[in-house]
Design a binder for this molecule. Structure first.
Ligand SMILES: [Zn+2]
Length: 90
């Protein structure tokens, strides 16, 4: 779904849509994974992303969503490795 145009609080990647980890329509407190750096940010008011506080991060790691995040990150890392190999190929 469309969210207000903004930048990833970690890498500055421009974001204007999300598929959400838990639901298609994010609400305040929901997790967003950056497609560029795979860092976790949280939706606040009006779908504005922010860097999670230490306590919020612990909460996320204890939640059921964490396994999904780890899977998404693992898949992303594999993709990156494959891209690296094809870029190095001569
Ligand atoms: Zn990012």
């Amino acid at each position: 779904m469309k969210i207000p145009k903004q930048n990833c609080p970690f890498c500055g990647y421009a974001v204007d849509r999300t598929d959400g980890i838990e639901s298609k329509k994010p609400k305040a407190g929901d997790i967003s994974l950056c497609l560029k750096c795979m860092e976790i940010s949280l939706f606040g008011k009006d779908f504005i992303l922010h860097v999670p506080e230490a306590e919020e991060l612990i909460e996320i790691q204890r939640s059921l969503a964490w396994a999904k995040i780890e899977r998404a990150r693992a898949a992303w890392r594999q993709l990156r490795i494959k891209e690296q190999i094809s870029a190095d190929g001569r």
